[in-house]
Design a protein around this ligand. Structure first.
Ligand code: PLP
Length: 423
């Protein structure tokens, strides 16, 4: 049996209707921006394997750091113990995060980073004997698939089986150009009519919604409104973090600072699953008490896994090299050139770029759903051409590893242009 045949016998894949889905592609090797399947076919990974892999596949620098850590201390429980890699990650992050972030809490993936933030927002007020139970989130948000993260997510076909079983979440429109005032008014309205504990948002770019972008000034205004009303703000930087927007964090573009931040995906350069939620001193202090009941009773067995921490340290080092910063700038400029070219095409609705993120919306005759027919046609076309891209409905986005060469990038652009002609 081939790997693919064995897979279909034993495995259950994420976001997959197995009855109608095509068989998965078995990947046997990755290097830099390239992947190879079991038949030796080469693919350009133009989405950094779901946005986790900025420094390329099988990166030696990170691999060496992991190996060294594995043969020094692979894991120790974090309840009652600590270790140098965790302390170093915390120290490093506090140096590069917005100035008000002072405390670091480890977990395992983007959803748990969000889960922790939402639990902390709710317990913050519980600890102060204040009844605030509503979380505010954007329309079409994506914050993950665990229960609180799912409640905060607004992409409905992910969550429809669980409606009525969620914590209270009220949604406001995203302040995209021209709709800022509507978004501000909606936020004020929600705060007036509900007992709001926190506002969670993907800063500047909503990834899973199809790289929907909005301006830092609008986000600053929303955060100000929350601050005036003592509503905690949670910046979910699981996708945007570590250079994707052109700065280390999307929040670096925003004049206001959040109360909490969620990090994962590129945190370990796409090697080891790990996540972090960060907090201000004010948030931490609401749990700091002689009363044990005010503690945060949340943890995971692999919390602050030293190997993951070593991978994170190596990744952050790589991100801050001149070479990597130059790569980010190079890809950004290249995207802008491509955007200028493609947005004039008669089949293109709009194109947009921020940092290394590029997205183009393609005209379609029918109302396309997330997994609609145009999406399938585009996806198959790209795979056939040896380019890994996962369109969201009629939106095709690129989020390349920063080390992708100009030649590879041009091939991705060319394939997208061909796809636009094809549909
Ligand atoms: C991917 C993502 C998550 C969920 O992360 P997982 O590691 O998949 O659980 C949460 N928030 C945002 C913004 C994401 O892009």
């Amino acid at each position: 049996m081939t790997l693919t045949e064995k897979d279909s016998q034993y495995l259950w894949h994420p976001y997959t209707q197995h009855k109608t889905a095509q068989a998965p592609i078995a990947i046997s090797k990755g290097e830099g921006a390239l992947l190879w399947d079991e038949n030796g076919k080469e693919y350009i990974d133009a989405i950094a394997s779901w946005w986790v892999n900025p420094f390329g596949h099988s990166n030696r620098f990170i691999a060496d750091a992991i190996y060294k850590q594995l043969t020094t201390l692979e894991h120790v429980l974090f309840g009652g113990f600590t270790h140098e890699p965790a302390v170093k990650v915390a120290e490093k992050l506090i140096e590069i995060l917005p100035k008000n972030q002072q405390k670091i809490f480890f977990s395992d993936n983007g959803s748990t980073a969000v889960e922790v933030a939402i639990k902390v927002a709710l317990q913050f007020f519980f600890n102060k004997n204040e009844k605030r139970t509503t979380i505010i989130a954007f329309e079409n948000a994506f914050h993950g698939d665990t229960f609180a993260a799912m409640a905060a997510s607004g992409i409905s076909f992910y969550t429809q089986a669980f409606q009525g079983m969620f914590i209270d979440v009220v949604r406001i429109p995203v302040p995209v150009k021209g709709q800022e005032q509507e978004s501000f008014d909606a936020l004020r309205n929600v705060i007036q009519n509900h007992s709001c504990a926190g506002f969670i948002f993907e800063p500047l770019v909503q990834g899973a919604a199809g790289m929907v972008m909005y301006e830092p000034e609008a986000l600053a205004k929303l955060i100000q409104i929350c601050n005036e009303n003592n509503v905690l703000t949670i910046a979910d930087e699981v996708m945007t973090g570590f250079g994707k927007t052109g700065k280390t964090f999307a929040m670096d573009y925003v004049t206001e600072v959040p109360d909490m931040m969620c990090l994962s995906k590129a945190l370990t350069g796409g090697t080891i699953p790990m996540a972090i939620t960060t907090f201000t001193q004010k948030v931490f202090d609401a749990f700091y008490d002689d009363d044990i009941n005010k503690a945060l009773f949340h943890g995971h067995t692999f919390t602050a896994n030293p190997t993951g921490c070593a991978a994170a340290l190596a990744s952050i080092d790589l991100l801050h090299t001149d070479e990597m910063q130059a790569n980010i700038e190079r890809i950004h400029k290249s995207h802008l050139d491509f955007q200028k070219k493609i947005e004039k095409h008669s089949k293109v609705i709009t194109a947009r770029t921020l940092g290394v993120i590029f997205a183009v919306e393609i005209k379609s005759d029918s109302e396309e759903s997330y997994y609609g027919s145009m999406r399938t046609k585009l996806y198959n076309f790209f795979i056939d051409k040896g380019v890994v891209l996962r369109p969201v409905g009629n939106i095709v986005y690129i989020l390349p590893p920063y080390i992708m060469s100009d030649e590879q990038l041009q091939k991705v652009y060319k394939t997208i242009e061909e796809a636009i002609e094809m549909v």
